[in-house]
Structure formats: structure tokens, C-alpha cells
Design a protein around this ligand. Structure first.
Ligand SMILES: [Zn+2]
Length: 49
């Protein structure tokens, strides 16, 4: 897995050394998808999204 960095200017993720003329901040991938806890309820309700 490649290291992702988050651009401090536009908020986008990049693997480059610079983005928007600034050095991006190292970002750790979230330990879990925060949407998962809601996806469980969405599935229970019969919805896809
Ligand atoms: Zn940027």
C-alpha cells in the first residue's frame, strides 16, 4: 500500500511530494470506513445507499 498524503490546500489526497504548491500532510488511512456503521442500518432498511 502506498502512502497517501492529504493536501492542506485543496483537501485532496495525493502521493506526490507537493500539491497545490504546498507540501501535503501525511494522512493515515482510517481504521474503518465510518460509513460502514451506517451501511449496516441502510441494508437493514433495504436501501442500497
Ligand atoms: Zn491540492
Amino acid at each position: 500500500m502506498k502512502r497517501m498524503a492529504k493536501c492542506v490546500v485543496c483537501g485532496g489526497y495525493t502521493m506526490k511530494a507537493a500539491h497545490c504548491g504546498k507540501k501535503p500532510k501525511m494522512a493515515h488511512p482510517p481504521p474503518y470506513n465510518p460509513n460502514d456503521r451506517y451501511a449496516k442500518y441502510r441494508r437493514a432498511a433495504g436501501g442500497i445507499l
